[in-house]
Design a binder for this molecule. Structure first.
Ligand code: AMP
Length: 432
């Protein structure tokens, strides 16, 4: 199958050719026909599957013949990075057209975003909190929306955005075409999708999420306090190319990045305590190859789109199997090969067992020849003390996940008048 099998405008056909998309990915093959026919879409698809073009292309096809000057499409995404990337993807696909798009998210001034609303850009890609901030003003009028996309719905619910989404939905016309994307479909998501969609085409719904088969998994059992040194050793001897490293917490991300800096590794970091400009600079430097390593937490890395990412390293084992699948799915993008390394301390074996059960098979354990795996009592004590003092959960429901989203700083007036649904720390982990 090729893109010319779809009834897409010549400008969009040349855009996908220019971007090097030879053939549509699975989700694009499934989504484009019903979407172009005007049907609602419910899809379980992950970052890396080509889902962005799967909703952008049909919407752009519909927007092309329309008059400019009114916003007709709205995409809601959980994080700043994802919103910015979707807007960037739109601009690349729109290069041969006059279609316009704006990313609306926190961490940057409101002025340019207000101008985009007033100009009536064709598509707005927004994070929920900042969109609601704008919606307090008359210029942010969503009554002309004909196409609505909810991207990474499961992550938005995990981040506590359900009340925000409900308020946004109330301002969008019911008569519209809706695209609903979620990597996983727990009951709360199914319930939300039922409220939002009319007789949708259901894509990939029954397929168990699984990492792409082109990923090679390597698992290194190692004492917790030897992880940094082992990672350094792996960088020297095994891992090459760009590496995205996941840590469990912001503090562990900082600590690892400091260690790598000290040992001469070009390294950037991205997590919830970094300002928007720091995050943007880190991501840009990593994409340009200025930094070999990007250390990130799950929330901050959500949706990061880096071409030709050679390896993903789970410096800490994720608590949920689906997070493992999300993380390692960042490599082996668009049918390329990739490597996933996981450092497993004895305390993490149980979480890792659950991941292997979800994958349906055991992953090979490896040992780095010549590496000293002996735990250092002093380092272990320092690590424990640090974990106790710096990483104490802040909310009753927060459990073991410590990072809170910093996507959408709310205005003071609003945070006083709204229920503070995120103030006690969101339940990031389902069922916790
Ligand atoms: P997404 O899942 O939308 O974040 O896309 C993941 C990556 O795949 C992005 O870098 C896209 O530019 C790329 N991509 C999307 N569709 C295709 C395609 N049909 N062929 C090759 N690459 C694609």
């Amino acid at each position: 199958m090729t893109f010319s099998d779809f009834s897409l405008a010549p400008q969009l056909q040349s855009a996908v050719r220019r971007m090097g998309f030879d053939e549509p990915t699975a989700i694009q093959q499934e989504a484009l026909p019903p979407a172009l026919a005007g049907k609602d879409i419910l899809a379980s698809a992950e970052t890396g599957s080509g889902k962005t073009a799967a909703f952008l292309l049909p919407i752009m096809e519909r927007l092309l013949p329309m008059q400019r000057g009114a916003t007709r499409a709205l995409v809601i995404a959980p994080t700043r990075e994802l919103a910015a990337q979707i807007a960037e993807h739109f601009r690349e696909l729109a290069a041969g057209t006059r279609l316009t798009c704006a990313a609306i998210h926190g961490g940057v001034a409101m002025g340019a975003q207000e101008r985009a609303f007033r100009k009536g850009v064709d598509m707005v890609v927004a994070c929920p909190g900042r969109l609601l901030d704008h919606m307090r003003n008359v210029y942010a009028d969503l009554s002309g929306i004909e196409y609505l996309v909810i991207d990474e719905a499961d992550r938005m619910l995990d981040m506590g955005f359900l009340p925000d989404i409900t308020r946004i939905l109330a301002a969008v016309p019911r008569d519209r075409q809706t695209f609903f994307f979620s990597a996983t479909l727990p009951p709360a998501i199914v319930e939300l999708s039922r409220k939002m969609l009319r007789n949708p085409a259901r894509l990939n719904i029954d397929r168990k999420p699984a990492p792409p088969s082109s990923i090679t998994h390597a698992v290194f059992p190692v004492p917790s306090d030897r992880k940094s040194s082992l990672f350094l050793e792996l960088l020297g001897k095994g891992i090459s190319g760009s590496v995205l490293v996941f840590t469990r917490t912001k503090h562990r991300a900082n600590r690892l990045a400091d260690f790598l800096d000290k040992n001469g590794v070009q390294c950037a970091r991205i997590h919830g305590n970094r300002s928007q400009s720091q995050r943007t600079a880190a991501l840009a430097g990593f994409k340009q190859g200025r930094y070999q390593v990007l250390v990130a937490t799950d929330i901050a890395a959500r949706g990061i789109d880096v071409e030709a990412l050679g390896s993903v390293v789970n410096f800490d084992v994720p608590h949920q199997p689906e997070d493992y699948i999300h993380r390692v799915g960042r490599t082996a993008r668009a049918q390329l090969k990739g490597d996933a390394y996981t450092l497993v301390s004895p305390e993490e074996e149980r979480d890792f067992d659950a991941i292997e059960r979800a994958l349906g098979h055991r992953l090979p354990r490896q040992k780095m020849e010549g590496f000293d795996y002996t735990s250092r009592p002093a380092e272990r004590t320092a690590e424990r003390a640090m974990e106790r003092t710096r990483e104490r959960p802040q909310g009753r429901k927060q459990g073991r996940q410590q990072e809170r989203p910093r996507e959408e700083p709310r205005s003071r007036a609003q945070s006083q008048s709204q229920p503070r649904h995120r103030s006690g720390g969101p339940a990031f982990r389902r069922g916790r």
